[in-house]
Structure formats: structure tokens, C-alpha cells
Design a protein around this ligand. Structure first.
Ligand code: GDP
Ligand code: MG
Length: 601
């Protein structure tokens, strides 16, 4: 296809606003997938995505579309639809997908209005100078209020509300007009066909049979089959085994020219050798300057993952090794805990990333796991000037600390105006600083805050949802570090620290944390033959204390109450085998007590 007839676009939408359904309709209308082969959410391949209704990995499909001009002549265009991940943890991947496009469809549920993440991605698209096509979806819904939301997104994008398109991905109404609109309003790609080749990697997926499949958008020059290519961030060279387009299955082609979007296969086995954001060039007479915007994925949230059954440790290691092939942002190293045994300290992009990995480990690899409370990375300057990075609260150093710095985020919260008060109160209690506030419409407000990442990771989102009956939405981006008055709180059983319960918290919250954990543990640990003190301590200073009284002869204390419903499945499994006990000093603690104490509800 000549470059003037290529259109590259993505769809920016909040989860559940209908991106996958709309993509399905486009695939059908353009004849790329026929009725028989059609199954709902064709492009969402991973099971876990389908079940949770989220798209984690972006993909690109090429669709032919004919547009008839005034003179009645029909011209054939190639539309490349690049699917962007919708979630907050994957902002970097979103930014690379956007960089591969000239335009974006802003898709908003006509019964819901725009959400915080969508707004954040819209701003990102605008910063990248993409042509934005605002579209209201689900207009077939009885509860849809397209006039109201057309006004809202019209003013955000800067178009007349009448120019906001209205479609239904479900019935297909308005979708052909939307495709025509894509051709008419989104500019064709530009680039220098005679310059050395530069192609940007916007996704890279591990396939068991073929190795890594890399998705690229060619910016300058051309990539041809059987060429030797180089990755500009590492200078590593590979032979191009196959190059082609996805429509909707991979189709090998005679190469990719400027503006084209497709895939390449080199036989590498690990996505780390083909990184999102990197520039691909030819090994001979290649480009000297990489495309801008590349950065290494950086884990922001850490958690200890431990197999409940210690003999599963090698299986857990193998499973992580496998997942890593397809996830350049996944990082881990072995960790040993007195309470939980052998496991791994795992780094994630954020909470959803953590949940996805955990769920895949449990589901695809059949592992039962305990995870410790998520924590962030702290940078410490000690009194003697040494700098220390702390990824695990139990590694917090003993010596005198001059300064602690924690990651802070720029957070955007969209909320119906009636909840402004309660949301501000919440942000205040989470050490937030208000940066600004805007009314999107009469009854919806955008609040902008600086919030410590540790507070967001703790339970911010749950509280935000419950305080606003689910109406608030949140987006955040780590923006840097700030110094804060933080301390490590240890939990001691009979004077001995239980590493899995150590936490780094703000000094003002240390007492509450200590009291709460001590109370929890008191309820979970069975009585012993002797009295067991439970203490919370900052260094050598005790800040809270509880006692588990000694067992009376006539009491069969086999119950250790507490709300453990969330882990019932695991507990039942446990009961089948013999009860596993861990000794902390001379105190016998059932492993279930650790699991229950570490689960947040
Ligand atoms: P995604 O998370 O943005 O990919 O959203 P999906 O395409 O998975 O759709 C989320 C839910 O909305 C599904 O239950 C769809 O059936 C439903 N849905 C999507 N588009 C429409 C639409 O145009 N009308 C109606 N009534 N429902 C829709
Ligand atoms: Mg989807």
C-alpha cells in the first residue's frame, strides 16, 4: 500500500467501555474475520484477559477499507489498528503504542462518561499530536445519555458536541461511518523512504513455537526479509527470519516500508532482547540515531511471593522464569523469610501487574502462594553519607538514617461533584497535596493530587471506591521522589521479629499500624503453654503490646478465630494435609495465621 493510503490509529478507552467489541465489529466489517470465525473479543488472546475483560498486551491488525470520493471512485486504504493496554500500570506501553499512530479514537461509554485513565491517555495522545476522534459508544443502551457526554468530551477535545460520533459496537450502528472518518481525518504517515531504516518496537510477545514476535512501526527506510537487523539500545544483531502483517493472523510479506505496521521474528527467546520502545535498524548501513522515547521498564512495587508448600519452591522458580520470557518488566530474586520460608522478592510495575502475575502463577502453574504486603522502593542516605536502596522492609538498616526518600505520584481522580469532600478527606489522610481541580461538566470534577506511591499501593483504591460508591476513577504516574518522615515498624513475638510483618510507614501512622497488627496476630495465633507477648517496635522502642494468655489445661484451643474467609480455599487444602507449624523462637505459629494476617480483608 502506498503510504498516502495508510492510516494508523489506536482506540483509547476505559475498561468495559467497549473497545474489544468495537474492534470485533471493525474486523467483521472490513472482512478480516468472517462471521463463522468470529468469536467475541477476537483480539484478546490470553485467557486471563478474557475472563477479567482486560487487555494487557497490545496488538496490531491490518484491515482493508474502501472509501468512495465525490467523483464516485473507490480507493483502497490499509487501516492499522493498534490495540493499547487500558490499565494504569502500563502507561509506558500505551505511550509507545500512541507513538506508532497518527490518530486515536477516544471511545467513551455513552452511559458512563469519561474515566480518569482514559483522560490521562487522552492527554498523552494530545501531547503526541495525534488526531483525536471522539466517539460515544453503546448508544443502543436505554441508559445512554449521549447529549450530556458529547458536551463533556467535546469540550475536552475541543470539538463541537455535534461532531462527536455516536456508535454501538454491539449493533454495529455508526461503525462504517467511523471507519470512513478515520480515513478522512487521520493524516497519512510521513517518513523518509531513503533514510537508513528505523522501526519502533511497540510490543513484543513470546510465543512458545516461534519465539519472540516483535511488533513494529516503520518510521524511515525499509525492512526486508532475510536482512540482518540491530537493536539500537543494545547493538545486539539478529537475522530476520520472517516479516509480515497481522490480518488477523500473521501473513509474511516482502518487507515493511515507511508508515507500515507489522511483526518480525528473529528467533530470540526472551522479550528482553526485543524491548518495547527500542529502535530496530539494519545491521549494515544502519541508522546512527535511535528514535526518542525509549526507556527500560522499572518495577515500582515489590512483594514477597512464597509457596505455601515449601517443596513447590523449584516449581515457583521455573514458573517465574517462564513468565519472564514474556514480560520485560518482571524482576525477581530469591528471598528467605523466617516466617514464610524460601520464596522470591518480585518487582512489578504496579498493583494490577502484581495481581496478574500472581493469578497466572496460581492458575497456569497450579501454585498456592502467600504474598507479603506490597511495598515500594525507598532510597536512604545514612548519617555517614552512604546511600542505600531498600526493596524489602525487613532489609531496613539498623544505623542512623539522615534522610529517606519515597516515590511520589501525580494522581488524577475523576469524581461526581457530590463526593469532592470525602475524596479530599481521603487524599489528605493519605498525605496527598492538592495540585488542582477542574469541572469537566456541572456534576463531574477532575482532582489532581501529589500522592505517595506507598499510600496508593496500600489501600487507596479500595477506599476511594467505597467512599464514592464506585463512581470515582483514578490514574497515577510515578513522577519522582520526596523526602518523608518514615520509620520501620517490626512485629515481635516473644521478643523476636517476624520479618514478613515488618513495614515502612509514616511516623504518624506507626502507632496505628502497630496496634492493628498486634490485635490481628493476637486473634490468629493459638494459645501456647506459656504467655506470649506480641509487640510492635520502632527500633528498640515498643509502641504497642498485646498478650496471648497461656493455655488452660481444660481448653482445647484449636481455634484461632479471625476473618479468614478470603483464604478459605487455601485453608481447606491445607487441612487435608497435616497442619504446618512454624517456630518463631519457642512459639508455634500455624502457617494459616500468617496467611490470614497478610490478607488485607
Ligand atoms: P473493553 O473492556 O473496552 O474491551 O470492553 P468490551 O468490548 O469487553 O465490552 C464490555 C461490555 O460492554 C461487554 O459486556 C460488552 O458486551 C458490552 N458492550 C460493548 N459494546 C457495547 C454496545 O455498543 N452496546 C451495548 N449495549 N453493550 C456493549
Ligand atoms: Mg477489551
Amino acid at each position: 500500500t502506498p503510504v498516502e493510503r495508510i492510516r494508523n490509529f489506536c482506540i483509547i478507552a476505559h475498561i468495559d467501555h467497549g473497545k474489544s467489541t468495537l474492534a470485533d465489529r471493525m474486523l467483521q466489517l472490513t472482512g478480516v474475520v468472517d462471521e463463522r470465525a468470529m468469536r467475541a473479543q477476537y483480539l484478546d488472546r490470553m485467557d486471563i484477559e478474557r475472563e477479567r475483560g482486560i487487555t494487557v498486551k497490545s496488538q496490531a491488525v491490518r484491515m482493508p477499507w474502501g472509501v468512495t470520493d465525490e467523483s464516485g471512485r473507490t480507493e483502497a486504504y490499509a487501516l492499522n489498528m493498534i490495540d493499547t493496554p487500558g490499565h494504569v500500570d502500563f502507561t509506558y506501553e500505551v505511550s509507545r503504542s500512541l507513538a506508532a499512530c497518527e490518530g486515536a479514537i477516544l471511545l467513551v461509554d455513552a452511559a458512563q462518561g469519561i474515566e480518569a485513565q482514559t483522560l490521562a491517555n487522552l492527554y498523552l495522545a494530545m501531547e503526541n499530536d495525534l488526531t483525536i476522534i471522539p466517539v460515544l459508544n453503546k448508544i443502543d443502551l436505554p441508559g445512554a445519555d449521549p447529549d450530556k457526554y458529547a458536551a463533556e468530551i467535546g469540550s475536552l477535545v475541543g470539538v463541537d458536541p455535534d461532531d462527536v460520533l455516536r456508535v454501538s459496537g454491539k449493533t454495529g450502528v455508526g461503525v462504517p461511518e467511523l471507519l470512513d472518518h478515520v480515513v478522512r481525518t487521520i493524516p497519512a504517515p510521513t517518513g523518509d523512504p531513503d533514510a537508513p531504516c528505523r522501526a519502533m518496537i511497540f510490543d513484543s510477545v513470546y510465543d512458545t513455537y516461534r519465539g519472540v514476535v516483535t511488533y513494529v512501526r516503520v518510521i524511515d527506510g525499509r525492512l526486508s526479509p532475510r536482512e540482518r537487523i540491530a537493536m539500537m539500545s543494545t547493538l545486539a544483531q539478529h537475522d530476520l527470519l520472517e516479516i509480515g502483517v497481522i490480518s488477523p493472523e500473521p501473513i509474511p510479506t516482502q518487507g515493511l516500508g515507511i508508515g507500515e505496521v507489522g511483526y518480525l521474528i528473529t528467533g530470540v527467546k526472551d522479550v528482553r532482547q526485543s524491548k518495547v520502545g527500542d529502535t530496530v535498524t539494519t545491521a549494515r548501513t544502519g541508522a546512527t540515531e535511535a528514535l526518542s522515547g525509549y526507556s527500560d521498564p522499572k518495577p515500582m512495587v515489590f512483594s514477597g511471593l512464597f509457596p505455601i508448600d515449601g517443596s513447590d519452591y523449584p516449581a515457583l522458580r521455573d514458573a517465574l522464569d517462564k513468565l519472564k520470557l514474556n514480560d520485560a518488566a518482571l524482576n525477581y530474586e530469591p528471598e528467605t523469610s523466617t516466617a514464610l520460608g524460601f520464596g522470591f522478592r518480585v518487582g512489578f510495575l504496579g498493583l494490577l501487574h502484581l495481581e496478574i502475575i500472581r493469578e497466572r502463577l496460581e492458575r497456569e502453574f497450579d501454585l498456592d502462594l502467600i504474598s507479603t504486603a506490597p511495598s515500594v522502593v525507598y532510597d536512604l542516605t545514612m548519617e555517614d553519607g552512604t546511600e542505600i536502596e531498600v526493596l524489602n522492609p525487613s532489609d531496613f538498616p539498623e544505623g542512623k538514617v539522615r534522610e529517606i526518600r519515597e516515590p511520589v505520584t501525580r494522581a488524577t481522580i475523576l469524581v461526581p461533584s457530590e463526593y469532592i469532600g470525602t475524596v479530599m478527606e481521603l487524599c489528605q489522610s493519605k498525605r496527598g497535596n492538592l495540585r488542582g481541580m477542574d469541572y469537566l461538566s456541572e456534576d463531574r470534577v477532575e482532582l489532581r493530587y501529589t500522592l505517595p506511591l506507598a499510600e496508593i499501593v496500600f489501600d487507596f483504591f479500595d477506599q476511594l471506591k467505597s467512599r464514592t460508591k464506585g463512581y470515582a476513577s483514578l490514574d497515577y504516574d510515578v513522577e519522582g521522589q520526596q523526602a518523608a518522615d518514615l520509620v520501620k515498624v517490626d512485629m515481635l513475638l516473644q521478643g523476636e521479629a517476624v520479618d514478613a510483618f515488618s513495614a515502612i510507614v509514616h511516623r504518624d501512622k506507626a502507632y496505628n499500624y502497630g496496634v492493628e497488627m498486634a490485635g490481628k496476630l493476637k486473634n490468629l495465633i493459638p494459645r501456647q503453654q506459656f504467655e506470649v507477648p506480641i509487640q510492635a517496635a520502632i527500633g528498640s522502642r515498643i509502641i504497642a503490646r498485646e498478650n496471648i494468655r497461656a493455655m488452660r489445661k481444660d481448653v482445647l484451643s484449636k481455634c484461632y478465630g479471625g476473618d479468614i474467609s478470603r483464604k478459605r480455599k487455601l485453608l481447606e487444602k491445607q487441612k487435608e494435609g497435616k497442619k504446618r507449624m512454624k517456630n518463631i523462637g519457642s512459639v508455634e505459629v500455624p502457617q494459616e495465621a500468617f496467611i490470614a494476617a497478610l490478607s488485607s480483608d
